[in-house]
Ligand binder design. Structure first.
Ligand code: IPM
Ligand code: MG
Length: 357
């Protein structure tokens, strides 16, 4: 298979981890006889520094012409000034919107080898396996916003809007995924307070009743969900929610397996390229030190193969290689729990070595 893959390394540890994932993809390309071509483009803070724009037009064009996009991370203290004209995060929000990537899949999967790295007790988290579907191009993130007034009267607002079609399409994707897993779907909202959540709940219930009567479906309020995730994470299978709730709940859930450094994510639209990235951020405090964990991005590369290129065997090969390095006791500092640790490049090389065997 021939595929154009766009690399968007971004900021902080982004370049280090995405280059390891790209090496893994190159290895797969060789081993399975594919023809992957890579091109690297700007996004985030580095794009602001070099062009003044966190998402240059040239990057958008390259992404549109690609089959899949692998992103490192964006942002850092250098660009944090609240009065700055633009911010690195704008680049990320804009690419999601430009490419219509309305569904953000965030699997929260436990690695048996790392259960003891979790802040929760083994008996609570063992067996946890949740797939979040976060709506990614609507809701409060993209609602109308503004400021007015001055001094003590100055105020700011941002509205949360959801349309029927936006809810329908994400519910359908999540429900289909539920069918391919253990057939359970939980929708999370705040329907006791928010109007868009009431619409969400109504539309979700209709879609589920009409199109997915076989899927075991329930609804949970977002504040309760925050508790349940800590208390009984095993009870959830596929969880679907809006943009902002999904942002918060997936960060919370990402702590269950012990390290953010292990979790990939995929952002998909209807057709067109998907965007794959680690769940974690740019970690500027450890950038350039060769200590960041590249496994989340390497696992994101596996998701890329599966979801955008339909290469399931290749995706599984990467996941198995990652599992193998963990079995072999290899750890980057974030998952080493004070024991021996290896660096970013060594971890990438270890995965490649197991792939090449
Ligand atoms: C995420 C991040 C982004 C978001 C930021 C960096 C804009 O937190 O992907 O979860 O809020 O969506
Ligand atoms: Mg987030």
């Amino acid at each position: 298979m021939k595929a154009n893959i766009v690399l968007l390394p971004g900021d902080g540890i982004g370049p280090e981890i995405s280059s390891q994932a790209a090496r893994v993809l190159e290895t797969i390309s060789g081993k399975f006889g594919h023809d992957f071509e890579f091109s690297t483009h700007l996004i985030g803070g580095i794009a602001i520094d070099q062009t003044g724009d966190p998402l240059p037009q040239e990057t958008i064009v390259a992404c549109r012409e690609s089959q899949a996009i692998l992103l490192g991370a964006v942002g850092g203290p250098k660009w944090d000034d609240p009065t700055a004209k633009t911010r690195p995060e704008v680049g990320l929000l804009k690419i999601r919107k430009e490419l219509g990537l309305f569904a953000n899949l965030r699997p929260i999967q436990l690695f048996d080898q790392l259960v003891d790295a979790s802040p929760l007790k083994r008996e609570i988290i063992e067996g946890t396996n949740i797939l979040f579907f976060r709506e990614l191009t609507g809701g409060i993130y993209f609602g109308e916003s503004g400021t007015s007034g001055e001094g003590a009267d100055e105020s700011a607002y941002q509205s949360m809007v959801y349309s029927v079609s936006e809810v329908e399409r994400i519910i359908r994707l999540a429900a289909k995924a539920a069918r391919s897993r253990s057939n359970r779907l939980t929708s999370v909202d705040k329907a006791n307070v928010l109007e868009p959540s009431r619409l969400w709940r109504r539309v979700a219930a209709r879609v589920m009743a009409e199109e997915f009567p076989d899927v075991d479906y329930d609804v949970v309020l977002v504040d309760s969900m925050a508790m349940h995730l800590i208390n009984r994470p095993r009870d959830f299978d596929v969880v679907v929610t809006g943009n902002m709730f999904g942002d918060i709940l997936t960060d919370e859930a990402s702590m269950l397996p012990g390290s953010l450094g292990m979790l990939p994510s995929a952002s998909l639209g209807s057709g067109g390229p998907g965007l794959y990235e680690p769940i974690h951020g740019s970690a500027p405090d450890i950038a350039g030190e060769n200590i960041a964990n590249p496994l989340a991005t390497i696992l994101a590369a596996a998701m890329l193969l599966r979801h955008s290129l339909d290469l399931n065997e290749e995706a599984k090969a990467i996941e198995d290689a990652v599992s193998q390095v963990l079995n072999d006791g290899l750890r980057t500092p974030d998952i080493a729990r004070g024991g021996d640790a290896i660096g970013t490049q060594e971890m990438g090389a270890a995965v490649i070595e197991r792939l090449s065997n």
